[in-house]
Design a protein around this ligand. Structure first.
Ligand SMILES: CC(C)(COP(=O)(O)OP(=O)(O)OC[C@H]1O[C@@H](n2cnc3c(N)ncnc32)[C@H](O)[C@@H]1OP(=O)(O)O)[C@@H](O)C(=O)NCCC(=O)NCCS
Length: 199
């Protein structure tokens, strides 16, 4: 049985996206750690543990300036995504959709909500082995950065170990994804570390 409350599909109201508050912390943590099970047996074993993201780490990310938004269906949190301004870039951080709501457009709606809010070039980092996440961002007009540059970007804009630099990739938003902070984006998508947690 799922440990999540279930949105009532029959009386479903449209999804609501809003910034997370302190009251949302436990639900955020539950969504992250349920969704992150997708990494188990896929990313290097020394980069994966359960819980994938301990509460202290999520608290640390918020303290470091990651601002989270969440998507709710019938008042139930189904996904989260954060943005963090670092110098001249905006990092998309910690995108997680609870397993039973994945591939239903939740992540796409969150990304399309956040991209117009970014005034700096959006970058996203993820595990090199997380092919589905790479596919997700490519659908939204992001492109993989060449290996040498991605190492430089990961060292400059993320606070992660060398092991995580080695095992991660970076994607950058192209013009179809991000209008340079000048308003709404036109997306190409159809729908809609030690290793700490993913960059
Ligand atoms: C990656 C993630 C945030 C995307 O959110 P989502 O709501 O599932 O994505 P959407 O429904 O908006 O978009 C679906 C697209 O994403 C990609 N995708 C997402 N999950 C996938 C999966 N399990 N298998 C294959 N493709 C997947 C595909 O391109 C897919 O398109 P398709 O269904 O037509 O093949 C979500 O799947 C997730 O939480 N995954 C586990 C954790 C993770 O990898 N997080 C990324 C950290 S950077």
């Amino acid at each position: 049985m799922s440990r999540f409350d279930q949105p009532n599909e029959e009386t479903a109201s449209p999804p609501v996206i809003r910034p997370c508050s302190a009251h949302d912390f436990d639900a955020m943590l539950a969504v992250v750690n349920a969704a992150a099970r997708a990494y188990g047996g896929v990313i290097p074993a020394d980069c994966y543990g359960e819980p994938y993201m301990p509460a202290a780490e999520l608290r640390g990310e918020i303290a470091a300036g990651v601002r989270f938004w969440a998507s709710f269906e019938a008042d139930v949190m189904v996904g989260i995504m954060g943005i963090q301004d670092v110098d001249d870039m905006t990092l998309i951080r910690h995108a997680y959709v609870r397993p039973d709501r994945q591939r239903k457009g939740v992540g796409s709606r969150l990304l399309q909500h956040l991209l117009p809010l970014t005034m700096k070039v959006p970058l996203v980092g993820t595990w090199a082995d997380a092919w589905w996440a790479i596919s997700f961002y490519e659908r939204h007009g992001f492109s993989l950065v060449a290996p040498a540059e991605k190492d430089q970007l990961l060292r400059r804009y993320w606070t992660i170990s060398e092991r995580q630099v080695e095992t991660s990739v970076v994607l950058r938003a192209g013009p179809s994804a991000w209008a340079g902070g000048r308003g709404r984006v036109h997306v190409t998508a159809t729908s809609a570390a030690s290793c700490d947690s993913a960059p």
